[in-house]
Design a binder for this molecule. Structure first.
Ligand code: IP8
Length: 259
């Protein structure tokens, strides 16, 4: 089984509010269909979530009643992105079913308190493809906060122990320095948890309320600790995702799980 996270910066244009990259999503859906593997899909919020979540300061919990409006419109926006993702999956004949985090999990100070994993199992057993996404959620300590797609991936990886966790990002993978400012930056094909500490990631952080790429490295470390391999692959090159899923070599960074 695979857990795949489609990055918000792959499926949306993060610089423009609510800008869905339909062509990219359609190509990714086609690749996933062609690979024909048991999969849980998670997607980021991109410009459908981060701009509003930042505006209403939703990640640090309840401060005033205006945020209630902020919470509900942010939820509506990420849900509408999710509907666009589902539409693309359905066009490609993938039996995708949406599982909205706000209704199946609860956080406590940003950590998972309750998560209905069984619902994922129940859909998988019937050969559906569960799709979940970064969302606003209830938080026992804070009132509410944000559950990023990465947190979902981590929790699902721990529960399902997939063959691989794949992050489709808007870069080819990891470099040993930032290639945007360092011409000598070298691409990393394969690395370990220990080596990962040393690498500087390439992606610019935009305005992610959930820490963007910096947070991703922490996520990968946690997954590697579980003994699961994590792969970073360029989501704008869907054939690479396909090749990965069917076990062929392709350009990507593999972070080997702790053995
Ligand atoms: O894009 C963030 O999820 P992410 C969710 O996976 C919201 O970090 C609501 C901003």
């Amino acid at each position: 089984m695979f857990i795949i996270k489609l990055g918000g910066s792959v499926i949306t244009d993060k610089t423009k509010q609510q800008c869905f990259k339909e062509d990219v999503m359609d190509d990714l859906a086609e690749a996933i269909k062609k690979a024909n593997k048991e999969t849980i899909l998670v997607h980021g919020a991109g410009s459908f979530g981060h701009i509003l979540a930042k505006k209403y300061e939703l990640n640090n919990g309840y401060k005033n009643d205006d945020q209630l409006h902020g919470f509900s419109v942010t939820h509506k926006m990420v849900q509408s992105l999710n509907s666009l993702v589902l539409k693309s999956l359905h066009k490609n004949d993938i039996p995708a079913v949406s599982l909205s985090p706000h209704s199946i999990l609860k956080l406590n100070d940003h950590k998972i308190l309750e998560f209905n994993y069984k619902i994922f199992n129940a859909y998988l057993e019937q050969h559906f493809t569960p799709v979940t996404f970064g969302d606003v959620v209830l938080d026992k300590k804070l009132g509410f906060s944000i559950c990023s797609g990465d947190l979902l991936v981590m929790a699902l990886a721990e529960y399902f122990k997939p063959e691989k966790v794949i992050f489709a990002i808007d870069e080819d993978g990891l470099y040993d320095a930032n290639p945007k400012i360092n011409k000598n930056a070298e691409f990393i094909d394969s690395t370990t948890l220990e080596e990962l500490e040393k690498f500087i990631t390439t992606a610019d952080k935009h305005d992610d309320v959930t820490k963007g790429m910096e947070g991703k490295v922490d996520t990968i470390k946690n997954i590697a600790e579980l003994g699961i391999d994590t792969v970073l692959v360029n989501g704008n090159k869907p054939e690479r995702l396909y090749q990965l899923m069917v076990g062929k070599d392709t350009k990507c960074t593999i972070v080997n799980g702790r053995k």
